[in-house]
Design a protein around this ligand. Structure first.
Ligand code: BGC
Length: 454
């Protein structure tokens, strides 16, 4: 093989995504709106979280949504995922607040006026306090309550919604609220967790039916937290078995409970990769990524781009797939830029193997209330100064804008991962000096990558 053919293999062209790819970001009502006083979370925060950890005004997105959508639009985004807050619309049992229904109608219209594709989530972890008092998602009647709520809003919102997400991360909710007890109602029971999952599956099926009654051609799915698992030792059958059990219970069980036919698209939230290691006990342990000195986010979650390829290839069928959430908590924004490019690189690879990924929603448009962890974790493309509510787009938001403009990734961005940068830098610098370096490398003016201080 000649040197030339080797070079061609390495220097692949720019990574171009399919036409009409959705490039967006996601939020959820309680995490960004502020003053969500009729919800179970508000009540939980007052009772169990210190004042500085409470959601309070959050990002005041409830009032600033138009400015926020202007910003998303200016940053090039063509799609947006957000959720309606059940407890605002139905603050007391059976009592609907028409003003709040109108509010979300305006939010939807604001997106459409900006020509932004809408993905609407109907339930993202919070429930009305009145429902929590009646047993919340554990209550066998919850499907009836949820159906009544969505039957009220779906016909009104339908003209503005392109993609519906019925429920967000049922598995994470069952785990956090009913197994480890970190979220309301702070239960710790495997049996209850299973019932909750069962009820969430029934809520999804009901919503699927109701939305299709209103609009038969509607696209309906869930945002499912899909995790990637690997054995520490490839030869260990015990580890392999645990990997399968982890994968089945966390990734496939909910689809089994709902039936895969009630999903017009597959919505994937990807954050986690786990290595399972046999340490002598009956069940292999999930290794701590930080202890293994792996690349982790500020929350200690492993940065593992290959995992998104793995879960995509595991789940893919003929349906469209949307990455409904994917993001990193980091106060070092250079890491967010690298994260974006690495993960999108893997998604591109999946698309090249004929997996039908149709859109990517970065989590999150802006920093927000990270549940029991308060405002510490910074997931935003846009920084929020919580004292002034000022929005400050981070450099990564401009990198994302550049990706969107290009509908993919040119070499000028891939070089941020280290592709050939040293050689070119050295050569250009030696022959032409630093200014020529830029002109030589970027055929058009360089994108403005303001590096964060860290
Ligand atoms: C949830 C979001 C959350 C994000 C980061 C997802 O599990 O849908 O509400 O903020 O992950 O933890």
């Amino acid at each position: 093989m000649s040197d030339n053919s080797l070079k061609e293999k390495h220097d692949h062209g720019p990574l171009i995504f399919p036409d009409k790819f959705l490039w967006g970001s996601a939020t959820s009502a309680h995490q960004v709106e502020g003053n969500n006083i009729y919800s179970d979370w508000w009540d939980f925060e007052l009772k169990h979280l210190p004042p500085h950890m409470r959601s309070g005004e959050a990002c005041n997105h409830y009032q600033l949504y138009e400015e926020d959508f202007d910003m998303a639009k200016q940053l090039g985004q063509n799609a947006h995922r957000f959720s309606v807050e059940w407890s605002r619309i139905e603050p007391a049992e059976g009592v609907f607040n028409e003003g709040e229904i109108e509010h979300y109608l305006k939010v939807l219209q604001a997106l459409k006026e900006r020509d932004i594709t809408v993905m609407l989530t109907l339930w993202h972890f919070t429930i009305p306090k009145w429902l929590a008092d009646k047993g919340g998602i554990e209550n066998g009647e919850v499907v009836k309550y949820f159906s009544r709520f969505i039957s009220k809003i779906v016909p009104i919102y339908e003209p503005y919604v392109d993609l519906w997400v019925t429920v967000n991360e049922p598995n994470v909710y069952a785990y956090m609220a009913y197994m480890v007890g970190l979220w309301p109602p702070r239960k710790m029971s495997y049996t209850q967790a299973f019932f909750v999952l069962w009820n969430l599956a029934a809520m999804h099926k009901a919503a699927y039916r109701i939305i299709h009654e209103v609009k038969p051609s509607a696209m309906v799915g869930i945002a499912h937290n899909i995790q990637s698992f690997d054995p520490y030792h490839k030869h260990s059958l015990r580890e392999q078995l645990s990997v399968s059990l982890g994968d089945l219970s966390s990734n496939h069980l909910f689809y089994a409970l709902t039936g895969r036919k009630t999903h017009d698209f597959l919505g994937i939230n990807y954050y986690f990769h786990h290595r399972l290691r046999n340490l002598g006990g009956i069940i292999p342990k999930v290794l701590d990524a930080e202890e293994q000195q792996l690349d982790v986010s500020d929350l200690g979650w492993e940065v593992y781009p290959e995992g998104i390829f793995d879960v995509l290839s595991d789940l893919a069928d003929e349906r469209p797939i949307y990455i409904t959430e994917c993001g990193i908590a980091s106060t070092n924004d250079d890491r967010r830029t690298r994260f974006l490019i690495q993960y999108l690189h893997e998604i591109y690879r999946a698309i090249k193997t004929n997996i039908k990924v149709k859109g990517f929603f970065y989590w999150s448009l802006m920093d927000n209330f990270e549940w029991h962890q308060g405002f510490g974790p910074r997931f935003g493309l846009v920084e929020i100064d919580y004292k002034t509510q000022k929005r400050i787009p981070r450099p990564s938001a401009y990198v994302y804008q550049e990706i969107i403009k290009y509908n993919g990734m040119p070499h000028s961005l891939l070089r941020l991962l280290g592709h050939t940068i040293q050689v070119e830098e050295v050569l250009c610098y030696k022959h032409h000096g630093p200014r020529a370096f830029c002109e030589h490398i970027y055929p058009k003016p360089p994108i403005s990558l303001h590096h964060s201080k860290s």
